[in-house]
Design a protein around this ligand. Sequence first.
Ligand code: NAD
Length: 359
Amino acid sequence: MILITGGAGFIGGNFVHHWFERAAAQGLPAEPVVVFDKLTYAGNPATIATYLRSGQATLVHSDIADRDAVRQALATHRPRLIVHFAAESHVDRSIHGPGEFVHTNMVGTFSLLEEARAYWGGLDGEAKSAFRFLHVSTDEVYGSLSDTDAAFSETTPYAPNSPYSASKAGSDHLVRAYHHTYGFPTLTTNCSNNYGPYHFPEKLIPLMILNALDGKPLPVYGDGLNIRDWLFVRDHCEAICQVIEKGTCGETYNVGGINEIRNIDVVTTICRKLDVLRPRADGTKYESLITYVTDRPGHDRRYAIDPTKIQREIGWQPAETFESGIDKTVRWYLENTEWIDTVRSGAYRDWIAKNYSGR
Ligand code: NAD
């Protein structure tokens, strides 16, 4: 049994799919998962509905900052592994309301660590030495790079610039300290920007795809020249699986696909893909919808990850290029209108109310 916090969100939800598909591909029995998720606006049970229905996944609807709920989930399900995705994750939201970010990312991670440490302390022998806590984090903790700086490595000093990245940096430090102080068996991954299926439509790539299909403006911040290092979400999920299997406790691993791309180029790539897959009825190109908007305050210029350590020590390599990953992503959004409708209509809120009220 493994426990996944934030498993109804974008990356956590993809991880649930990856976990079961990976086991099937290896001919191994599927180890069941418990998803522990508060189901905020970003958590959508429809993402993992297949596994909830089959009983391979169980959903605990609760807050990681609620220590009683965490304790009870650990005592009931007895996981051998915790993969910690749960977070407030949207930089723009953190600018307007940083309190939730401190609550979940810092206080929540602290609560989870405390309860997980107590649970681990009560394990014996092989169960205790095999237990792992993998903390999923971001490259944004390292701050911003100029166009000529070297990419972030695991030894780059932390310099977070947004309330989001500051709260994630705080959680990373707590995880590090729990290993150093208590010997708690932690692993940390710091990954670059993810994209792929089941991404909530407020983030850049799904926002552009869905706005384009609706004929709405495609808002690009500032001059559009900010650079992000993009990784297909399933490559991130596979990196996490390999770090769980081969990583050294107490270590951190940077995860990235060496795909530095300017925001404007991300948007034009999506537009050109849509021009082919879903041409506009009036014959105009999707690029005509691009609109430059006032930049985000404190917008980091460039992120870039040096993945040498995970490649050398773990042997992980991404399977997708940006071209192949964006092709899969655009096709997924074209084909999965039902999921998009549940997100946009808030229909999954009714589903939560019906299925998970009071738990
Ligand atoms: P997301 O916002 O899509 O999902 C977050 C999930 O956590 C949701 O299901 C939400 O309901 C849940 N959650 C939020 N607060 C909670 C709480 N207090 N208790 C329990 N559950 C709670 O986020 P994501 O993009 O899937 O990111 C997952 C993790 O990966 C985060 O820790 C994020 O910092 C990290 N990360 C994200 C990216 C990226 O590009 N999206 C890149 C690197 C690292």
